[in-house]
Design a protein around this ligand. Structure first.
Ligand code: NAD
Length: 455
């Protein structure tokens, strides 16, 4: 994208079309049409890029996006109308409203693991807010990026939304321009590049990053509910994009005495959930580099010996079997960096209360999970740890709860989106005050005569 195209995008925004509610609605309906009419193409692209099963693709991308567009369509008028502000006595005979205005021309840089969701969910909010936008989809999911680039301009106003394909060079070039907001989803390494470029223009950024999301298992229920815990745990690790998920469970913390029973349950659960042929129902690793990175984690000194389940892989198919490890060395990369794949370390503790210090001595996670029926412990976890989000007794579902904001804290990023929060992210909330000329108070103005000072 050259400077001329960038200027065109800005002048289109300045033309005012995108501020009209009818324009915004039309584009949102266009997105809905794309998701409905091109469902099969989306399935195909996700199969090619990630080997995702169509059910997973519908659950995590198409279905979620359809819900998001409908939420935006249903609430647009309300979101756009802003809200009344209560004023103090100093603003006597004044009325005020918080008016959301579109920020302008925005840049969306998604990751590859949910190539449609991470591109279009921010776009829904950007359009609803009345912005023009550029999306630079990831070069690591080429089939999905190509589909977005081919189809989106035919469903929505191509003068207002552009899909620019390319890799690091293209992204670097886009970052040179002045944007009114950048929403970046990716690694903390590249986030630093994005933020440095944005600083040059004082462009605000939202950084949706990752990290190691811990899951504390305080206890396993004795009844059939045990199976529920195991299913939720496995779903949050292996059941979504093969663990290549920013809020996926990265590792488990459990008391030593509970560990062997947990492993037995997990093994049974994997067989129950993924059957004899996990290749059929789990996504594949995105590419050879990531495959080698993941198998390299196992090859590190002292890690392979800690495998208690799985550990087989097929480089040609980019498949890694769901794998469980117990107490790999804490200084090994598998425990220092984000795993982002189907390897699940279990770290054993003498006492589950130690989990709080364990988590606090590491960078703040994007998400934290805790299975417990102990209210006191729940309270301690809530108040004594920090994370982008915290979910008790389940995994992942906070992502779908779009009336709650989604975002990180510390190393896992900052800024937030989803639902109305995406609209807010791409809007400036402008306080607009209207005052009557009468009455006026003469003592407001200089000169500061004695008469005024006596008042
Ligand atoms: P990445 O940081 O490597 O790449 C993200 C984007 O930045 C891509 O579009 C890429 O083209 C671009 N890019 C890469 N290097 C660049 C450079 N030097 N200069 C300019 N642009 C560059 O991340 P990834 O591999 O796509 O994603 C994995 C990471 O994303 C994980 O850490 C994961 O946790 C995180 N993630 C976070 C969320 C979230 O919602 N918080 C969602 C998905 C993934």
């Amino acid at each position: 994208m050259d400077e001329r195209e960038m200027e065109e995008l800005r002048s289109y925004f300045n033309g005012g079309n995108t501020r009209e509610a009818t324009w915004r609605k039309q584009q949102l309906k266009g997105l809905l049409k794309f998701l409905e009419e091109r469902e099969e193409d989306i399935f195909r692209a996700l199969k090619l890029d990630l080997g995702k099963h169509p059910v997973e693709s519908y659950r995590d991308e198409i279905g979620t996006l359809i819900k998001d567009v409908n939420v935006a369509l249903d609430n647009l008028r309300n979101w756009m109308s802003g809200k009344k502000i209560k004023l103090p006595l100093a603003a006597f005979r004044c009325s005020a409203n918080m008016v959301p205005e579109p920020l302008g021309v925005v840049l969306i840089i998604p990751s590859w693991n949910f190539p449609f969701g991470l591109s279009l969910e921010p776009l829904i909010g950007a359009i609803a807010a009345g912005c023009t936008a550029v999306i630079k989809p990831s070069e690591l999911s080429p089939a999905s990026s190509a589909l977005l680039a081919e189809a989106i301009p035919t469903y929505i106003d191509s003068e207002a939304v552009k899909i620019i394909q390319g890799g690091v060079d293209v992204c670097g070039q886009l970052l040179q321009y002045k944007w009114d907001k950048i929403l970046f989803t990716g690694s903390s390494r590249v986030a630093r590049v994005v933020m440095t470029a944005a600083a040059k223009h004082l462009t605000p950024v939202v950084l949706e990053l990752g990290g190691k999301c811990p899951c504390i298992i305080d206890s396993l229920p004795k009844s059939w509910l045990k199976e529920v815990v195991i299913n939720r745990l496995l779903g949050g690790k292996f059941g979504m994009c093969s663990g290549q998920v920013c809020i996926g469970v990265d590792y488990i913390l459990v008391e030593k005495q509970l560990c062997s029973s947990l492993i037995e349950q997990l093994k049974e659960g994997i067989k129950r959930t993924f059957g004899g042929n996990p290749e059929e129902c789990v996504a594949r690793i995105i590419n050879k580099d990531h495959f080698k990175r993941l198998t390299g984690l196992i090859d590190e000194y002292g890690v392979r010996q800690s495998i208690v389940y799985g550990g087989s892989f097929d480089e040609d198919k980019l498949f890694i079997e769901p794998t469980i490890l117990v107490d790999p060395p804490l200084n090994a990369e598998i425990m220092t960096g984000e795993i982002f794949g189907p390897l699940l370390p279990i770290i054993t503790l003498n006492n589950i209360e130690e989990s709080i210090n364990f988590i606090n001595s590491r960078p703040k996670p994007l998400a934290m999970y805790c299975f417990t029926d102990n209210n006191k412990f729940m309270q301690r976890v809530e108040t004594e740890t920090s994370s982008g989000s915290l979910l008790f007794n389940d995994t992942i579902v906070q992502y779908a709860a779009d009336t709650a904001p989604f975002g990180g804290v510390g190393e896992s990023g900052f800024g937030r989106y989803h639902g109305k929060f995406t609209f807010d992210t791409f809007s400036h909330e402008k306080p607009v005050l209207k005052r009557s000329l009468f009455p006026d108070f003469w003592f407001r103005y200089p000169p500061w005569t004695n008469k005024k000072l006596e008042l």
